[in-house]
Design a protein around this ligand. Structure first.
Ligand SMILES: [Cu+2]
Length: 174
């Protein structure tokens, strides 16, 4: 190896060492600052239950008055072939409760199985919109994301089926 090559190699080594001294602290800071990303698959669906009035009297309060997300079909309307049958249903997001850490990125993929239309938005713990109101239709998959900047509860709410069609993202402090 010629002396010029040796000098060049030493120069490279010195350069690498210098690079390390100058830039490594920044790199470790950058790694700390890299946010954890959670990719979460959700389903918008409707759960239904039914019985007959000879087994259990229908509720005295119409579930439809409690939430736009509940539906009640009284005896005679639930099933024409069985006049005693009554049915209730509720729209849900599943999972409906997610825990993340402050600063994490939440990437949601939501598939709509039930309900032709949902009007959905996501708000932060102060009620500020982090994902603006949008329409989601049955049979489609939607992707939204937000950064969980504040500790507390972020809410994904469907106004079509308010107040019960909701998902909560509980953000734990750093
Ligand atoms: Cu809905």
């Amino acid at each position: 190896m010629g002396s010029a090559k040796v000098l060049k190699r030493l120069g490279t080594l010195a350069g690498v060492a210098l690079f390390g001294i100058i830039f490594l602290p920044d790199i470790s800071l950058a790694q700390k600052a890299t946010a954890t990303t959670h990719t979460i698959f959700m389903t918008a669906f409707e759960v239904k239950g039914s019985t007959t009035s000879d087994k259990l009297a229908p509720p005295s309060v119409n579930p439809g008055d409690l939430s736009k997300g509940y539906e009640f079909k009284p005896p005679g309307k639930a099933d024409k072939s069985n006049p005693k049958k009554w049915q209730v249903s509720s729209y849900r997001f599943s999972p409906g409760f997610v825990v993340v850490r402050q600063g994490n990125v939440v990437k949601l993929t939501v598939f709509v199985v039930n309900g032709d239309e949902h009007e959905v938005r996501i708000t932060d713990p102060d009620g500020r919109e982090v994902v603006a109101m949008r329409k989601w239709n049955r049979g489609r998959e939607y992707k939204v994301s937000f950064v969980a900047k504040k500790p507390g509860s972020y809410q994904m709410a469907c106004s079509t089926h308010a107040p019960t069609m909701q998902a909560t993202f509980l953000v734990l402090p750093k």
